[in-house]
Design a protein around this ligand. Structure first.
Ligand SMILES: Nc1ncnc2c1ncn2[C@@H]1O[C@H](COP(=O)(O)OP(=O)(O)OP(=O)(O)O)[C@@H](O)[C@H]1O
Ligand SMILES: [Mg+2]
Length: 766
């Protein structure tokens, strides 16, 4: 038998002539990567290590990241350049950052997400830079010098070019980089049906593979019965090849396969005991019985939370004492992530103590990573998740339960795209632990089973399609191209757009030209471009600030009015609510109509636009903006987070996301106000601090101190400690009672009273 402690060093790299340092190979082996898998081998054969441009399209968990790592090591270590790794989500950036910086300690790995007004000068020394496409786009607007050192650009999840929200930015950024520099381009994609189009556009090699490290068994559950379909089900040509290639010996199953209708024979039926009266709960029970874990995909945050509550009722009975103890600790940590736990935190913490959890974009980051960690350790048995979890985060489970295959899309309930379905079901099977993974879709009513079979089990993933043609998107990118002098006239712009995936796919440049010229006209009207299609000073700043030109125009017009009339915080809150960046706005429910109408009419004299009449079509939009302003107004009036969540139907993560967008918009409007000499900067700065902390104006003096936020400032204020003077005069003991001794000490230090505690401490001992 082979000694497991000393695996043979056969990372297949010798035969492939891979130029990788020996110590790195050993690190890979330690992590269980002892040889290249089929897609990796194909990529190497196609010239990965010779700098060839390449699109790799292969299923979830087929090891695409490692392909990128080989290219990075080659380009950075051997060629001495810089590699950019583009990810679609911040959460994914952190995951990659942690992995890469641990594995490549001798390299300078950096991550750049967040702040939108920054050229990334600190990236000068980096070898590997992990960014989101938005961040990279925003840095390109500042023309940083370090980009000339790039010799590899990896785009993870490149099929997201098809996403209406994120695709266009990625598309423009890639086109721009390719126009500017010579580098190796590596795109990592899920399996899509037109990957050759993508490769063709980028003039890249196409490496396709359907390799999966663990076999995926797809099943559909109707009632208490699951029918499993083998991988090549319905694929007659593949049946034939199998038979052609077989060695002449046929198993009983194969013989039947040849002779009978495939539907009758090839599938496998399994009955699940009905212990809980609910398919998902029954499946969870069954999963626990075989000592495995499950991910349950749901279509909404609320659905995921509810599903998790129900799973918890099942999982709590199957925990060992040790598990219970460890889960208690996780639960405690999750509960206390925020200053004061909200009902969200309590609900999640309670679920986690019982061995279940939910996972969606409304969670605070720290909570999300704790959930992932506890799931990887096998403590949490079920995660009920929204599709965010499917996007490249490496969190496999033996069983994936596809609970909701339809979701609300504005126009009604729609089937989810096949591409998404595949990314979710692809989470099934943990490579080192399971020999198979199961993806089970729930057919909720008769007839649904056949549709699921046709659409997903037998169906092909959609074509990906450029979404660049949408006007607001074109407006933003056109301004940026001109403002960073990347294009200097209309011809240049057209040359640029001709190189995009959009132009490649649609071909009709006349249509494109019409659109671009209408966008250019808008930008001239806003005063962001001159007639000769060069950027004005304001236009340049708007582009750097990374806000929608429409929003910028609206803010400039509003602030101009503001400098001529009396304003209240609501004036600016309403202005912010009107921007694109504040979307989605809360919908106004019928029963709230009266209240919000009243508020809008009260606010009308302070609002910086003309409020339309009730019968005009824009009125409803104004009502939504009013509701959004009221939410923000509640936040800066110190209304409890919990109550705001209830009243406005937002999650805590949601409030924070909104406030962080608002913060950016206020920063931007301040910058614009300064350029235009509008006298509103002070008001905006006050509002900005109030929004950051969620405080009334009277606490402004206190929150300037470190570690004094919404809650502590309020306590101090209510006890008469309201400014620097009062902090100095206050007895340490009193402060300690109010805000705890460590914070009290820090506070005293900040007002220049550092040493007095030594004495007080001594009195504690005697
Ligand atoms: N050659 C290999 N041998 C063993 N394990 C491997 C090999 N290559 C990659 N892996 C492991 O497979 C797992 C999944 O890889 P990875 O996250 O790169 O998948 P992916 O193809 O990017 O999937 P997704 O489409 O979900 O992003 C990782 O844990 C990785 O360490
Ligand atoms: Mg990946």
């Amino acid at each position: 038998m082979r000694d497991k402690r000393f695996p043979t060093l056969n990372l297949n790299v010798e035969t492939k002539n891979l130029n990788i340092p020996e110590d790195l190979k050993e690190k890979y082996i330690e992590k269980g990567i002892t040889e290249l898998n089929p897609p990796q081998e194909k990529a190497v054969d196609a010239g990965l290590m010779d700098g060839s441009d390449m699109i790799v399209a292969s299923p979830t968990a087929s090891g695409k990241t490692f392909i990128a790592e080989l290219a990075m090591v080659n380009q950075v270590k051997n060629e001495g350049g810089k590699a950019i790794y583009i990810v679609p989500l911040k959460a994914l950036a952190s995951e990659k950052y942690e992995d890469f910086s641990e594995r490549y300690q001798e390299l300078d790995v950096m991550m750049s997400v967040g702040d939108r007004d920054d050229s990334g000068d600190y990236l000068e020394t980096a070898d590997i830079v992990i960014v989101t496409s938005e961040k990279l786009d925003s840095m390109l607007r500042h023309n940083p010098s370090w980009i000339h050192e790039i010799n590899l650009v990896v785009t993870d999840e490149i099929h997201l070019l098809t996403s209406p929200n994120r695709g266009p930015t990625l598309e423009v950024t890639l086109t721009r980089l390719r126009d500017l520099l010579e580098f190796q381009m590596l795109g990592l994609s899920a399996t899509i049906s037109n990957s050759s189009e993508l490769a063709d556009w980028l003039d890249a090699e196409l490496v396709e593979s359907d390799y999966r490290p663990v076999e995926l068994k797809e099943g559909i559950m109707e009632g208490n019965e699951i029918e499993f379909f083998p991988e090549d089900y319905g694929n007659e040509s593949s049946n034939k090849t199998n038979n052609d290639e077989s060695s002449g010996f046929k198993t009983g199953k194969e013989i039947v396969k040849d002779e009978e209708e495939k539907e009758d024979v090839e599938t496998e039926e399994v009955f699940i005991e009905d212990k809980h009266g609910r398919p998902t709960s029954n499946l969870v029970e069954d999963t626990l019985e075989i000592d495995k874990q499950a991910i349950i995909f749901c279509s909404s945050r609320k659905g995921a939370e509810k599903s998790s509550d129900r799973c918890a009722e099942v999982t709590e009975h199957g925990l060992s004492r040790e598990e219970r103890q460890e889960l208690e600790e996780y639960s405690e940590r999750i509960l206390n992530v925020l200053g004061s736990p909200t009902s969200q935190c309590k609900r999640l913490a309670k679920n986690v103590a019982d061995g279940a959890a939910y996972h969606h974009a409304g969670l605070v980051n720290r909570q999300r990573s704790l959930v992932e960690e506890a799931f990887r350790e096998g403590l949490i048995k079920t995660v009920s998740a929204t599709p965010t979890l499917a996007a490249g985060i490496n969190l496999p489970a033996y069983r994936v339960i596809m609970r909701d295959l339809k979701r609300y899309t504005g126009g009604g309930m729609d089937w989810i795209p096949v591409l998404e379905f595949e990314q979710m079901t692809g989470r099934a099977g943990r490579p080192k632990y399971d020999d198979e993974g199961q993806a089970i879709s729930l057919a909720k009513n008769p007839g649904m089973k056949d549709e699921i079979l046709e659409r997903y089990v037998l169906g092909e993933a959609e074509h990906i399609q450029s979404k660049l043609a949408v006007e607001p998107v074109l407006r933003m990118h056109t301004l940026s191209l001109v403002a960073s002098s990347f294009c200097t006239d209309f011809e240049d712009l057209m040359d640029f757009y001709e190189k995009t995936f959009y132009a490649y796919q649609f071909g009709d440049m006349e249509e494109v030209e019409k659109k671009i010229s209408s966008v250019v006209e808008d930008l001239i009207e806003y005063g962001f471009l001159d007639e000769d299609v060069s950027a004005t000073k304001t236009g340049k700043r708007v582009s750097e600030l990374y806000i929608d030109p429409d929003s910028a125009n609206l803010m400039i017009e509003s602030m101009e009015k503001a400098s001529e009339k009396t304003t209240r915080p609501v004036s600016f809150l309403f202005m912010l609510s009107r921007t694109t960046e504040m979307k989605p706005r809360p919908r106004v429910k019928d029963k709230e109509w009266g209240e919000i109408q009243q508020a809008l009419s009260d606010a009308e004299e302070y609002v910086l636009e003309t409020v339309p009449n009730e019968w005009e079509p824009e009125y409803e939009q104004f009502m939504e903006c009013m509701k959004n302003s009221m939410l923000m107004q509640g936040w800066i009036s110190e209304v409890e987070e919990e109550r705001l969540m209830d009243k406005y139907g937002v999650a805590p993560g949601g409030i924070r996301a909104k406030m962080s967008n608002a913060d950016w918009l206020i920063y931007s409007s301040k910058e614009l106000a300064r350029m235009k000499d509008f006298d509103v900067e002070k008001d905006l700065e006050k509002l900005r601090i109030r929004l950051q902390h969620g405080i009334k104006e009277e606490l402004l003096n206190l929150v300037q101190y470190d570690q004094i936020g919404r809650v502590r400032a309020r306590k101090l204020h209510n006890h008469g400690i309201r400014d620097q003077e009062a902090i100095r005069e206050a007895k340490f003991e009193k402060l300690k009672k109010l805000i705890g001794s460590a914070t009290a000490r820090k506070l005293k230090k900040q007002v220049g009273q550092e040493n007095i505690f030594d004495r007080e401490n001594i009195t504690d001992y005697f």
